[in-house]
Ligand binder design. Structure first.
Ligand code: C2E
Ligand code: MG
Ligand code: MG
Length: 760
């Protein structure tokens, strides 16, 4: 401010001095006055010079201040800016630009660097273009070479004339377009994708034959897409709800009503949920097709009604496939009734419903007795016919809410709703048995077929239906096809069997582990007290030394195939041991083994015996086979046949436990036995009970008359031995003579016996 004021004073002084000098000359003022005046003139001249210099400085300062102002503005704007003069002698850049391209302002004030940054044509902007205020878009090159897309607007911000030269100062404001360019590229790509996906969508709609069904908001009519029009054979794009409803299958009209109803009740509806339904509708070919409708409901707001819209797909072929698969998976081929899979499925559903609703069902399992014989004697075709008829009978026997299926070869099952009558299952089974008998006449050429059944109540135990069915099947397995042909599930029996199964597994392991061994009990000739033979009796000796008697495991072995293996072991071991003793020079005696009904009827016993004899080298007359009376009488014809075959080998046959069954001696005489073994129950009371004595002596007498020798078992006292000897009994066995003992002990017994005779 002070500088400006001083300038003006000097300028004024210069003017006054000049004016005074002119006045002095004009008025011819004296010399001293002239000196004064010259002084004034000099002052005026100096002032004028100062004034001129000041004016020049003033102009420069103006230019300086102007630039200062422009520079301040430049640095404060958020865009890139370059202040430059036409010949690039002057260049100033702002911070925004240096930030964007990585050069410092000093770098850019050097024209060489600037030329690297700006494109070549940026150096020749025509003034006209600048005046026209045109936007220039070009890439600037950042430090490191990256190209930054920019747009520039240049305007003349200052015009100065100095030394007769007019200078223009231009300000270029630039915007970094990188982000915009990226967005633009994204937009292009996106719109390309969009158009591609739109065309893909249209194509997939056409290929997959998806139709669109939309309810017009606020209207009662439906919009039908072109594809759906083709599917339904409709040529208008809008149809009323009534017309659409009429196209629905009568059984599925309620689905349409439910859809319409859904739009009336949309208060809590969430318009993001995709709903799904299936129904039948009249198609273009005028038949009902299955359609799948995936839709969304737009809840109605304020006075705007809700609307519905979604995609419709023809799923008729899938449905056909499903029903074929369902048929293949759930329908039995022969009987055309449901199979086990379906029975399990329905059974489980029923089981769950029963638990909730407090209802109950009966589960009945049926088995056609000896169906394999039907197949063998009447052929498979007739066997299948019988199954088919039985399937029909099962179906007809169902009460309301019941379900029937073929659950295995000749096994059928029924689910019967409990009506409180405990006799209901038995009554149904009896009726089925009668009907089966009736159809047999036609199919099996008057041969008859019967069926057995097991049944249980759903509530009789089990956590699921599989367990319940298990129970019914277990009961069926307990039936014997004769007197006990209908058996209700009893959990106590089941538990016992299960324990038996565990024992069976243990026994099987014992067999492999060589835990089974033979004990030998002497058989004595009562007439002279000599050893006439020994009975091989099996023992299970557990690793801890516990000895399990045969009564505890033979019945379990008998109910499984294990008995065959056990009998084979006994047969071989007894023959082998007897042969060893004979080879050692002991007086030869017979070894007796015990066989069960399973061995006798279900295996080729003759072959097994022959093999054992051959393999061990024992002569057949030293082997005796003990059979029980009940075994022999079970199927007497077969028994005789088998026994004859064994006898032909030269092996002896004994009738064990005689007197415990229902047999009479008249039966016995038809059996090819050589020895009759009186059961211990007769011997026990021999000394005190006269009737026992009379029975025993009568049996011995009759046997003798039939040329059958007798032996008494269970002799514990000398008195018993005496009575038997007097009654004419040939041989004796019992603790009195010797308990069953292991082979080494028995050998000692034999050695001792060789020199000792019994005193009777
Ligand atoms: P079993 O064939 O009648 O055998 C006679 C049973 O009476 C033997 O019982 C024997 O130890 C017992 N005993 C012999 N003398 C007396 C006596 O004076 N007093 C008493 N209280 N008992 C006597 P064990 O060895 O327990 O055999 C029982 C049954 O097990 C046998 O009756 C037989 O039916 C069966 N058994 C034994 N070993 C075998 C075998 O290897 N195979 C088969 N299938 N069954 C066998
Ligand atoms: Mg015996
Ligand atoms: Mg016996």
């Amino acid at each position: 401010m002070r500088r400006r004021f001083t300038k003006w004073i000097i300028i004024a002084a210069a003017y006054v001095a000049a004016a005074l000098t002119v006045l002095n000359v004009a008025l011819r003022i004296p010399a001293y006055t002239s000196v004064i005046m010259i002084c004034f003139a000099a002052v005026a001249a100096v002032s004028a010079a100062i004034l001129i210099v000041s004016l020049v400085n003033f102009e420069q300062e103006r230019i300086f201040r102007e630039r200062e102002n422009i520079s301040r503005i430049m640095q404060n704007i958020n865009s890139m800016a370059i202040l430059w003069d036409a010949d690039f002698h002057y260049v100033e850049v702002n911070n925004e630009l240096t930030k964007s391209i990585g050069y410092t302002s000093e770098d850019l004030s050097d024209i060489k660097t600037l030329k690297k940054v700006l494109p070549a044509d940026a150096f020749a902007p025509s003034l006209q273009a600048i005046v026209n205020n045109r936007d220039e878009e070009f890439y600037v090159t950042a430090k490191g070479g990256a190209k930054v897309c920019t747009v520039w607007n240049t305007s003349i911000v200052s015009v100065t004339t100095y030394k007769k030269r007019t200078r223009y100062l231009m300000l270029s404001i630039g915007l970094d377009l990188s982000e915009t360019v990226r967005m633009k590229e994204d937009l292009i790509r996106y719109s390309k994708d969009l158009s591609e996906s739109e065309s893909r969508y249209t194509l997939s709609m056409e290929l997959s034959e998806i139709g669109l069904l939309l309810k017009e908001p606020g209207s009662s009519s439906y919009f039908i897409s072109e594809q759906l029009r083709a599917m339904l054979g409709i040529n208008v794009s809008n149809i009323s709800a009534g017309v659409l409803r009429a196209r629905f299958h009568p059984s599925d009209v309620m689905i349409f009503d439910a859809l319409e109803g859904a739009m009336e009740n949309t208060h809590n509806a969430d318009n993001n949920t995709v709903h799904y339904t299936e129904f039948r509708m009249l198609a273009a070919d005028n038949t009902y097709h299955w359609y799948q409708f995936r839709y969304k409901i737009n809840p109605g707001k304020n006075k705007i009604l809700a609307d519905i819209g979604g995609a419709i797909l023809d799923i008729t072929k899938d449905k056909e496939k499903d029903s074929l698969i369902e048929k293949m998976a759930y329908i039995d081929d022969i009987t055309q009734i449901y199979n086990r899979n379906k029975f399990m499925q329905i059974g489980q559903e029923t089981f769950e419903c029963c638990a909730e609703a407090g209802q109950n069902y009966w589960v009945i399992v049926l088995d056609i007795d000896n169906f394999h014989i039907v197949n063998d004697t009447c052929g498979y075709i007739n066997g299948n016919k019988l199954l088919k008829e039985f399937g029909k009978i099962v179906k007809e026997s169902l009460t309301k809410g019941g379900f029937g299926a073929r659950i295995g070869g000749d096994n059928f099952a029924l689910l019967i709703r409990d009506n409180g009558d405990e006799e209901l299952p038995v009554n149904i089974i009896r009726k089925i048995q009668i009907k089966l008998h009736d159809v047999c006449g036609e199919i099996l050429m008057n041969q008859s077929a019967t069926c057995s059944a097991g049944y249980c109540k759903m509530s009789d135990g089990g956590d699921d239906f599989a367990k319940v069915l298990d129970h019914a099947e277990f009961s069926l397995s307990m039936s014997d096809g004769t007197k006990n042909d209908i058996i209700r599930y009893d959990n106590k029996v089941h538990d016992k069997i299960l324990a038996g199964n565990a024992l069976e597994a243990e026994l099987s392991h014992a067999l492999k582990n060589h835990e089974l061994a033979l004990y030998y009990q002497p058989k004595i000739n009562l007439s002279d007290g000599t050893l006439m033979g020994m009975e091989a009796l099996i023992r299970w000796i557990k690793p801890d030394g516990t000895i399990v008697p045969p009564n505890q495991f033979i019945p379990v072995a008998e109910s499984s195939l294990l008995i065959t293996q056990i009998s084979d072991f006994v047969l071989h071991e007894a023959c082998r041991q007897n042969k060893i003793w004979q080879d050692k020079g002991y007086p030869p005696v017979t070894v007796s083994i015990n066989l069960t009904a399973v061995d006798f009827y279900q295996t080729n016993v003759k072959e097994s015996i022959q093999k054992a004899l051959e393999e061990t080298g024992l002569a057949p007359q030293w082997l005796d086979v003990e059979l029980t009376e009940s075994l022999a009488l079970k199927d007497i014809d077969n028994a005789i046949k088998q026994m004859e075959e064994i006898k032909e080998l030269g092996v002896k046959l004994s009738m064990d436990d005689f007197g415990t069954g229902y047999s009479s001696l008249s039966y016995i005489q038809v059996l090819p036995i050589t020895l009759l073994k009186l059961d211990r129950s007769f011997i026990m009371y021999l000394e005190e009970d006269e009737i026992s004595r009379e029975i025993v002596s009568a049996v011995i007498r009759i046997a003798k008359s039939k040329k059958i020798e007798t032996i008494a078992e269970g002799i514990e006292t000398i008195g018993q031995a005496e009575i038997l000897k007097q009654s004419g009994c040939n041989h004796a066995q019992g603790y009195f003579f010797g308990k069953p003992m292991p082979a080494d002990k028995f050998e000692e017994f034999m050695a001792m016996k060789a020199g000792i005779t019994v005193n009777s």
